[in-house]
Write a protein that binds this ligand. Sequence first.
Ligand SMILES: Cc1cc2nc3c(=O)[nH]c(=O)nc-3n(C[C@H](O)[C@H](O)[C@H](O)COP(=O)(O)OP(=O)(O)OC[C@H]3O[C@@H](n4cnc5c(N)ncnc54)[C@H](O)[C@@H]3O)c2cc1C
Length: 287
Amino acid sequence: MEMAQAQYFRPHDLGSALKWLADNDARVAAGCTDLLASTESQRLTGNVLDVTAIQDLRGISKDDEYWRFGATTTWTDVIKSELPAAFDSLKLAAREVGSPQIQNAGTLAGNLCNASPAADGVPCWLTLYARVELVSTDSKRILPLQEFITGPRRTECAQNELVSAILVPHHASRGRSSFLKLGARKYLVISIAMVAVRLVEDAGTITDCAVSVGSCSAVATRLTKVEGAITGQRLSQLSLPNLQELVEATINPIDDLRSDARGRLAAACELTQRCISSLATDKVDVK
Ligand SMILES: Cc1cc2nc3c(=O)[nH]c(=O)nc-3n(C[C@H](O)[C@H](O)[C@H](O)COP(=O)(O)OP(=O)(O)OC[C@H]3O[C@@H](n4cnc5c(N)ncnc54)[C@H](O)[C@@H]3O)c2cc1C
């Protein structure tokens, strides 16, 4: 029996990419920083659709409803873009993804589609109420990020679909944000825990906030009880005496090689406090 040869396709337009994906059982490749790391060999096997030449998938823009982050926008693109302060958490996370080489190649959609519990982008996107746009030859659908990632390494992306963009509704681009990550060392490290916080203030009072934690559960999650305790407080006098209780009410941290559950819980609380302090003292530095 003759074996079909594996194909590599790198189209310049989205239509050709979707058509090829519909006709071929292929894996999608962007920066390959997750894909190659997850294989035992130096090369990918089977059919590969490389989406990095499709210009329509890259870049950051704004329309009437959303800030639109194209799927193949890289972490370096995020770092270099002028964005409102609500996106500072994303910029801070971008600078923590691997090294500059990884940030140059790694894409925003790749980070979400890989669906690692330790993906640094996810907590930031959650505080921005991000939605994921999925396209195929005959459909387009938009899912809230919480519905897109269904578990560790599992997403709603079907075999014939591509993620085309990550969308942030305008109401979620208000306020200021921060992000902190704890790893076993300072650089090139997988997170033990990471936290993103976005706050909206009116004359010093917090009128809206979103807090998310990653690497502490199977999927990153919003800390809604913490958010409830923060909203309505004055930022300069913010006090969270029962923070641990509030965090514990939402996450059930995991034990693994990098940390036990107790350590993760303590880290999530400390990072939350520090993110809030950096916002209160205006010390979020994305330069
Ligand atoms: C040395 C090193 C350090 C790293 N450090 C960090 C870190 O600190 N923090 C962190 O979060 N990550 C880290 N990563 C992981 C990785 O760099 C990021 O997750 C990156 O954003 C992945 O993007 P990519 O374009 O390389 O994805 P790829 O590897 O190309 O793809 C990843 C997955 O997404 C799918 N995919 C990609 N694009 C699409 C699309 N448009 N539609 C549908 N499916 C798609 C692929 O099929 C694959 O399953 C590191 C990786 C390495 C090698």
